[in-house]
Ligand binder design. Structure first.
Ligand SMILES: [Zn+2]
Length: 421
């Protein structure tokens, strides 16, 4: 943890602040209106809307290629081919597994990075076939984030069709490791590789037209209690890892946390033991804690560590066998918290673009790829890609395509606007 904090500071000094100071201004409402009067931009917005059937077909096609966490290669290859076919430059897969492609502007800067994530939360072997029912698509990952991937491709297609020449350069990224134990490894790798080169960042994640400007941070741990184990009758009197785990969970369940800033905790998985008539040799749990406030996150984190240690002491003391049980606490997820101010130029431009097209939006908070740039002080937001989603992260996930073109169109205009000085 200390290491990653040091890295964050180093990147901030090396690139984030300097870059954002150079390219702080972006189109306001007036600038957006002027952009929309340009014939090429107008044509791109029309193409974005007219191309929606193709966008939806892409969304289905990408989603039917499995992309399990840490095994995103197959879907990455599909996006790489897509980027090449669209004529993006310097198309490649980086060290982390992200697919990158540049659409050069008149100048290199401002350099806008525009991402959607490849990975899903579903285990290997999940049926990824997409079923259509009227306007609704059913399939795991169909909204989160096959929608983002399809809209990314649609945006480039619309800009190409209309021969839009942006001022700055846009690098499109289909990234890995956004979900679960991926721990934002795609973004951590991207921002480590492009220090000082990223002026603005937008992630398209999921559905609707919302704008996330607050990054909820999270800490995740795997806790394992171990002991000698033995026969439930014959070895009775031995401290029990499962009982220690139960003590810890009972303490965690009673944690008091602030409502504002919203701070949460959840024991999401538990396991251990071999049979009903054995004192187990081990027991484990996985816990997730979140807050948009680093201090509140640190506070609940401290409570968690104390609960785990106290449970260990109590279980050992219960049987008068200090030191018999041991505990291992492993950090398995560390997503930094961060914030882009509501009056930051990138947020104002996103609001102005959405309003100029006559659509509704609102600001929100979430844990997304933007956590990384926000924690580094680089202007960043995460936005929806249109349509209406239900049941994200469940096998019953669905996506309603009614008016989903609005997302494609809004995001196309936003990319053009954010590539302006
Ligand atoms: Zn997502």
């Amino acid at each position: 943890m200390a290491k990653s904090a040091a890295l964050v500071t180093a990147i901030l000094v090396a690139g984030g602040l300097a870059a954002s100071a150079t390219f702080a201004a972006q189109p306001d409402a007036g600038g957006v209106a002027a952009l929309m009067r340009q014939p090429a931009v107008k044509a791109a917005l029309e193409a974005a809307k007219a191309g929606e059937p193709q966008t939806i077909a892409d969304q289905i096609r990408f989603c039917e290629v499995p992309a399990v966490e840490f095994k995103e290669q197959a879907r990455a290859e599909v996006l790489k081919k897509e980027f090449e076919a669209l004529g993006l430059q310097n198309v490649h897969i980086d060290r982390a597994g992200n697919v990158l492609g540049d659409r050069p502007g008149r100048s290199a800067r401002p350099h806008l990075f525009w991402a959607a994530h490849l990975d899903t939360v579903f285990p290997e072997g999940t049926d990824v076939h997409v079923r259509r029912e009227g306007t609704v698509l059913h399939g795991p990952g169909i909204g989160d984030d096959c929608r983002g991937l399809a809209v990314m491709v649609a945006m480039v297609r619309a800009m190409n069709t209309a021969h839009v020449q942006t001022e700055g350069t846009i690098t499109f990224v289909a990234d890995v490791g956004e979900e679960g134990l991926g721990d934002l490894r795609g973004m951590k790798g991207l921002f480590a590789d492009h220090k000082g080169d990223i002026d603005r960042f937008v992630s398209m994640d999921g559905t609707g037209l919302g704008i996330v400007n607050t990054a909820v941070g999270s800490h995740r741990y795997r806790v394992t209690y171990t002991g000698p184990g033995g026969h439930s009758f014959g070895a009775f009197g031995l401290a029990n890892p499962i009982h220690a785990l139960g003590r810890a969970i009972a303490k965690i369940a009673d944690f008091q946390v602030p409502k504002t800033p919203k701070t949460t905790f959840n024991v999401g998985r538990i396991g251990g033991g071999t049979s009903v008539n054995s004192i187990s040799a081990s027991a484990w749990m996985e816990i997730d804690m979140r807050s948009r406030d680093q201090q509140a996150l640190a506070d609940v984190d401290a409570k968690f560590h104390k609960a785990v240690q106290d449970a260990l002491t109590e279980e050992n003391a219960r049987w008068g066998t200090p030191g018999v049980l041991k505990v291992d606490v492993k950090l398995i997820g560390d997503r930094p918290a961060g914030h882009t101010a509501p009056d930051a130029p990138i947020v104002k431009t996103a609001l102005a673009v959405t309003q100029a097209l006559g659509f509704q939006t609102r600001l929100g908070e979430a844990s997304t790829d933007s956590n990384v740039p926000m924690s580094l002080g680089i202007p960043a937001i995460t936005i929806g890609s249109g349509g209406a989603g239900k049941g994200a992260h469940s096998p019953l996930e669905q996506f309603d395509t009614a008016d989903s073109w609005q997302g494609t169109q809004r995001n196309t205009l936003l990319a053009i606007a954010l590539a302006e000085k």
